[in-house]
Ligand binder design. Sequence first.
Ligand code: KG4
Ligand code: ZN
Length: 336
Amino acid sequence: MLILGIESSCDETAASVVKDHRQILSSVISTQIEEHKKYGGVVPEIASRRHCENILGVTRKALSDAGVTLADIDAVAVTYAPGLIGALLVGVNFAKALAMAAGKPLVPVHHIAGHIATNYLTHPGLEPPYLCLVASGGHSHIIEVLDYTHFHVVGRTRDDAAGECFDKCARAMGFPYPGGVHVDNAAQTGDPKAFRLPHPAVAGNEFDFSFSGLKTAVINMLHHAEQKGETIDRNDLSASLQATISQILTEKTMLAAQALGYKKIALAGGVSANSGVRSTLAAACEKRGYEFFMPEKKLCGDNGAMIACQGSYNFDAGIFADESLNAIATLSMDEI
Ligand code: KG4
Ligand code: ZN
């Protein structure tokens, strides 16, 4: 089975051809980071325009890199939710037109389900059920992956996502957008115990996250230091922030795993590229004798292969869309 996957939910225009669920034949990503960097974050209008300009070329290249034509493809899979609405609409309408013109089935894919599927692309033996921590720029979720197409969200962020916390703190420290990777790099030579940062408490669901208090604490610390004419060591603050976020994500995931009886844990989303999150979660799983899975680094950020992979499982489950498919900016995994 050959699936073409198309992704345009944020600032990456991406397309990929995946064979038999887990074999990546091609993966083309056109990133807009350099352009959004000037504004310190993604400008939705610019993102939509760049997707319009790039999507045809990216898709053509994905097909040619895979050595196939549209005629060889079994279905066109596309991210329809969640994300920036104007950005999503470009991919959805392009995929609809392509599927209709080529007479191929159209498969809708939830972006978070796509991130989870990066683990299938990395680990040939991984099968549901398992518990997955998904941390990205827009989401921080603990999800029960019941089977390939059924999910149950057991914990979510009440405010900012983990990636947003990395990025906003990075910006306050003077790193360019998106700052998560710069914090990661700076943390390598910093002291994670240099600053005591808050672990925000969350009332109610014990598996939910809150990152806005941590973000505010870091930003306030930097402002106060600036007002007093003091300088804060960016490497130490980065290391302390990274350690705190890694601990929060890991603690909640371990809590949920124990309460729900999961011994198989996975990590996904853009923040899964973070060295601290990877090593802290891996160590916690090892300590408890849990199996642990994480995507290879090049699959952590948004890409088309994750959409094609999840699309192939949706295809098997008979999840198809017609020309009425619309993009949805906010859609919980529980609703798909
Ligand atoms: O999944 P993704 O590419 O886009 C969304 O779906 O949101 O995630 C992007 C997020 C950004 O917040 C980015 O800073 C963060 O992932 N990120 C990292 C690292 N690499 C990417 N955060 C911390 N450390 C990293 N190495
Ligand atoms: Zn993403």
